[in-house]
Design a protein around this ligand. Structure first.
Ligand SMILES: *Cc1c(COP(=O)(O)O)cnc(C)c1O
Length: 404
């Protein structure tokens, strides 16, 4: 086989269907988010980022940066080992305590990313609990799907956010079989929110564990940033709450919060926890500081909500079609991969507006979109520029407008 030709051929096929991914080569400027330097050809030197998951700008918060600087200087660069072999730094221990407290759980366990936390925890629980059956929401994140698949357990996919379908599937299973329901609170591409209470009711009725991915909600929802489950007073009803330190908390890492026994079980059996170098202490200290800040400060959450409402209202007024939802995510629907990429390129080249096109397989074909994440760091001027540019390109491309 000619391997090179094979690779090139498959890449050309992606190009032809408009699904080839290109990265914007940007350099974020701490202190002036959402502004970033851009190193791409055909783009201005300075751009405004409209698609960051650093939802609250915590990645440039002075307290977070100070904690990271201080810890870098005091502890050095890396952790120096896996958690088991010399890599557990006191900053990891403090962070895990903070996370357990955030979610009202006995314990928490850190991973090197949210992806790894989902993959490692779900694959371990589903594989090691004898005859465990997993019920998985149809729109679950790739990291959950891969973890479940890796466990080789029996798996049933229920219709997205459909409690009746979930209940019907649970009813078909052996009442004595161990069960685990895996789902998310805020789904990142449509921005819709799961009926957590109803899912917990059904889980209780059928004796199932619940596993909730709150990656797009931690820091953002609830009085202390504990997520949608905190906002709705449901944290104690969930077996496992999973989150990231890389999105609203602005740093890097993933975690689960659960009972002491469950966390200890995953700590003891999960390959994706055991056999990898721990997070750098400075990263742990930054995340710790970010969480502490957002536990007591509502200012960032309130400012974000304001910006989101403003962007939605302005786009609605000029008929740019957005997907309605109750979260902070504003999907502008294009519905065609080539147009979606072209509009994104045009916004970057002509207005220095950076919003990544979201195409298949991240979203279903025909629902290609620009996913906007307004945040406290976007100014009124940034919003004006965005709305003006979108209006211009919608007219130029003769894209349909929705009736206001
Ligand atoms: C981003 C994401 C993850 C992975 O988190 P990282 O910390 O970025 O690895 C997990 N679940 C969902 C729903 C996500 O969107």
């Amino acid at each position: 086989m000619n391997y090179e030709d094979f690779f090139k051929g498959r890449l050309q096929a992606l190009q032809d269907e408009g699904n080839y991914r290109t990265f914007a080569d940007i350099e974020r400027r701490a202190g002036s988010f959402p502004n970033a330097a851009c190193h791409n050809d055909n783009a201005p030197d300075n751009v405004t980022v409209w698609c960051s998951n650093d939802y609250l700008g915590m990645g440039q918060h002075p307290d977070v940066l100070q904690a990271m600087h201080e810890t870098l200087d005091s502890c050095g660069a890396g952790a120096g080992g896996t958690r088991n072999i010399s890599g557990t730094n006191h900053h990891h221990v403090l962070l895990e305590r903070e996370l357990a407290d955030l979610h009202g759980k006995e314990a928490a366990l850190l991973f090197t990313s949210g992806y790894v936390s989902n993959w490692a925890t779900l694959s371990t629980l589903a594989a090691k609990v004898p005859d465990c059956v997993v019920l998985s929401d149809a729109l679950n994140h790739a990291s959950m799907i891969e973890g479940i698949r890796h466990s080789r357990c029996e798996k049933h996919v229920f219709k997205h956010n459909d409690v009746a379908d979930l209940e019907r599937r649970l009813g078909d299973l052996d009442p004595d079989a161990p069960k685990l329901i895996a789902f998310e609170s805020v789904y990142s591409m449509d921005g819709d929110i799961a009926p957590i209470a109803e899912i917990c009711d059904v889980a209780d009725a059928y004796g199932a564990m619940t596993y909730l991915d709150e990656v797009h909600a931690v820091g953002l929802y609830g009085p202390r940033g504990g997520g949608v489950a905190e906002r709705e007073g449901l944290m104690d009803r969930l077996t496992v709450i999973e989150g990231t330190l890389g999105k609203a908390f602005g740093v890097l890492g993933g975690y689960i919060a659960a009972s002491a026994a469950l966390c200890d079980f995953v700590r003891s059996f999960a390959s994706g926890f055991i056999f990898t170098t721990a997070l750098p202490p400075a990263v742990a200290a930054g995340a710790y500081t970010s969480i502490r800040h957002l536990k007591s400060s509502d200012a960032e959450r309130l400012a974000q909500r304001e910006r989101v409402a403003e962007v939605r209202a302005r786009l609605r007024r000029i008929g740019i079609p957005t997907l309605e939802n109750e979260s902070h995510i504003v999907p502008v629907m294009v519905g065609d991969p080539i147009k979606c990429k072209w509009i994104s390129d045009w916004l970057m080249a002509n207005h220095g507006i950076y919003v990544q096109p979201i195409n298949y397989p991240t979203v279903p074909k025909g629902t290609e979109r620009l996913r906007l994440t307004p945040s406290p760091v976007h100014s009124a001027g940034d919003i004006d520029s965005l709305v003006t540019a979108l209006s211009e390109i919608w007219s130029q491309c003769q894209l349909a407008r929705s009736v206001a």
